[in-house]
Design a protein around this ligand. Structure first.
Ligand code: ZN
Length: 109
């Protein structure tokens, strides 16, 4: 039962992300403004909740990512992903990977 629930939850989340991507890419400007007003705060809240679940301990290790036996080398992929997408300069990030920066850049109207 957990497998079905996890699959359903996963599909719902991925479908929502696809929908938001399509709105950000294809919607008209008023719709994008509404999207920004409603979705950005939900996304930042989601990131904060996720990051709180991965808050490092007093030694800087993430207990959520660590197994009991590998606690010493528990690097948190959630914090690395957050930094890569929320902090790192998308132009420089793209240049180092050789990809297009356009997808990650904020565009003005
Ligand atoms: Zn973690």
């Amino acid at each position: 039962m957990d497998e079905v629930l996890n699959s359903t939850l996963r599909t719902a989340v991925l479908t929502r992300l696809d929908y938001l991507d399509s709105l950000a890419r294809d919607a008209d400007e008023p719709s994008k403004a509404v999207l920004a007003d409603t979705v950005i705060s939900r996304l930042t809240a989601a990131w904060r909740e996720l990051l709180a679940a991965h808050e490092p301990d007093h030694r800087g290790r993430c207990r959520a990512c660590a197994t009991r036996w590998a606690l010493r080398r528990a690097e948190c992929s959630v914090w690395r992903t957050a930094h890569r997408h929320l902090v790192t300069d998308p132009v420089r990030q793209s240049a180092t990977r050789g990809g297009s920066a356009g997808r990650h850049q904020l565009r003005s109207a």
